[in-house]
Design a protein around this ligand. Structure first.
Ligand SMILES: *[C@@H]1O[C@H](CO)[C@@H](O)[C@H](O)[C@H]1NC(C)=O
Ligand SMILES: *[C@@H]1O[C@H](CO)[C@@H](O)[C@H](O)[C@H]1NC(C)=O
Ligand SMILES: *[C@@H]1O[C@H](CO)[C@@H](O)[C@H](O)[C@H]1NC(C)=O
Ligand SMILES: *[C@@H]1O[C@H](CO)[C@@H](O)[C@H](O)[C@H]1NC(C)=O
Length: 424
């Protein structure tokens, strides 16, 4: 990492899930390694800069909405949205990420960039690309760490986005046109959205060209589109043919179902909900205290602190005893077998949330096949140990839900539903 960067650091989430897979055969392109620890504080906890420029103001809401179909990705177990950038507009698949706020795309020239579904964006071929200089007000506002002097690299405003699993990108901040399609097949353009032009990418996001940050800060696409609500509906993450996964940003966001207050402070950049219990079927798992979970569409698994995780594993182990052979994978509880066949009738795992709602995890929400989709002889409980005491609800657990974020009232709505029902 350069020492002269205008820093924007994100240790927000886990991005692409990479776990130690033990002897599970996986595709050779997936890196195998354990969770990494960080000694740096989480930047979004220290959000004084954000409060000063606090974005949300009702008057600023746009009156229509941006929406796009979401596609599940097989390798990542994450969801993409198809957004076009630049002029002429170049389609790019971006991971939707409520666990980070800066959006970025792979940008030519680039080191570590990979081939995605769409060609890599080249700013010199876009007439709407405008560089942000290091000494500009925009650069100043987007900086999170003021103790690093904003020296320049070609006078550019540099950013560095890192995620908890070591993935991330570095490059320069710029303005660019982002084009979203709307509900009535029209388009909405954000003519001057600030984004990260990713010149160095580590840990490719497979197929995708970058991230669409939906956290709660001025860097987020929410702020940049003046939207105070958004929703996404996720279906079966293992089914690429399912057409109804959808992201809606703006007034058209679907806010229905159970209402859950966000438990984090409004100065937090992300979205947390509180759970006061975990059940496996009728069996209550002791968790001693309430747990805050970050709702993160950019993380695959559920992350849970050690004690409740151990208690949960113990309960699951008890239920599996004598049925399937355990398969050792460091940090995970795995079994040899076919998840869908062998777990028929397995009790639903439920998180009881504040406000009286439940997040129900059936077999597909609570277990997963790590690594390669072609190798499905081992499946694991989709719970990993929380890093830095941060509990996270990743997308595996959000399947078959519509989740609506109402940031003005600071609550979310959760509805278990087949997204197809939202089609007109
Ligand atoms: C993304 O959208 C563009 C047009 O808006 C389309 O040409 C392209 O096929 C889409 N990509 C995918 C993977 O659906
Ligand atoms: C958001 O609001 C600001 C201030 O009113 C305005 O300048 C800007 O054009 C708006 N952006 C969008 C995308 O509507
Ligand atoms: C999800 O998709 C996978 C792969 O297409 C399929 O095997 C599975 O049965 C689906 N699950 C449900 C609940 O439909
Ligand atoms: C959110 O809070 C507002 C104001 O308290 C309330 O009217 C609304 O029903 C809540 N909605 C959801 C979806 O949580």
């Amino acid at each position: 990492m350069g020492k002269h960067f205008c820093f924007l650091l994100y240790f927000a989430h886990v991005g692409i899930q990479t776990i130690m897979l033990g002897v599970v055969a996986v595709s050779s392109t997936i890196s195998l390694r354990g969770p990494r620890g960080f000694s740096l504080p989480f930047i979004h906890r220290d959000s004084t800069h954000l409060q000063r420029h606090h974005p949300y103001n009702l008057d600023l809401m746009i009156s229509t909405d941006m929406r796009g179909p979401l596609m599940p990705t097989e390798k990542n177990s994450l969801f993409f949205v198809n957004v076009s950038i630049g002029e002429p507009p170049l389609p790019q698949l971006l991971v939707i990420d409520t666990g980070s706020d800066l959006s970025w795309v792979q940008c030519i020239p680039c080191s570590g960039c990979h081939e995605a579904v769409h060609p890599t964006y080249n700013p010199t071929k876009s007439s709407s690309f405008t560089s942000i200089s290091c000494d500009s007000e925009s650069c100043e506002k987007m900086r999170l760490i003021s103790w690093i002097p904003c020296e320049s690299w070609d006078g550019k405003c540099l950013y560095d986005a890192e995620y908890e699993d070591g993935a991330g990108s570095r490059g320069d901040l710029a303005y660019e046109k982002f084009t979203f399609t709307t509900s009535d097949d029209g388009i909405i353009e954000l003519p001057r959205a600030i984004f990260g032009c990713g010149r160095h990418v580590n840990e490719p996001l497979w197929q995708s060209s970058g991230m669409l940050g939906l956290g709660y800060s001025m860097r987020s696409m929410l702020f940049q589109s003046n939207s105070s609500r958004f929703s996404y509906c996720l279906g079966n993450i293992s089914d690429p043919t399912y057409q109804y996964n959808k992201l809606i940003i703006g007034d058209g966001a679907i806010l229905q179902g159970d209402s859950i207050p966000l438990s984090s402070d409004k100065s937090d950049n992300y979205y947390y909900i509180r759970a006061d219990g975990i059940n496996v079927g009728e069996k209550h798992i002791e968790i001693n205290e309430q747990l805050d979970f970050m709702l993160d569409s950019g993380t695959t698994l559920i992350h849970l602190m050690k004690d409740p995780l151990d208690a949960l594993k113990k309960e699951v182990r008890g239920l599996m005893e004598g049925l399937l052979a355990e398969h050792h994978v460091e940090g995970f509880l795995c079994y040899r077998g076919d998840m869908r066949r062998d777990l028929t009738g397995f009790p639903t795992i439920t998180l009881s949330l504040s406000g009286g709602a439940n997040l129900q995890l059936d077999v597909e929400g609570a277990f997963w096949y790590p690594g390669n989709y072609n190798n499905r002889q081992v499946f694991c409980l989709a719970f990993a140990e929380a890093k830095n005491n941060r509990n996270v609800i990743g997308v595996i657990a959000q399947q078959y839900y519509n989740i609506g974020f109402d940031l003005e009232n600071w609550n979310v709505s959760l509805q278990r539903i087949d997204c197809e029902l939202f089609e007109d």
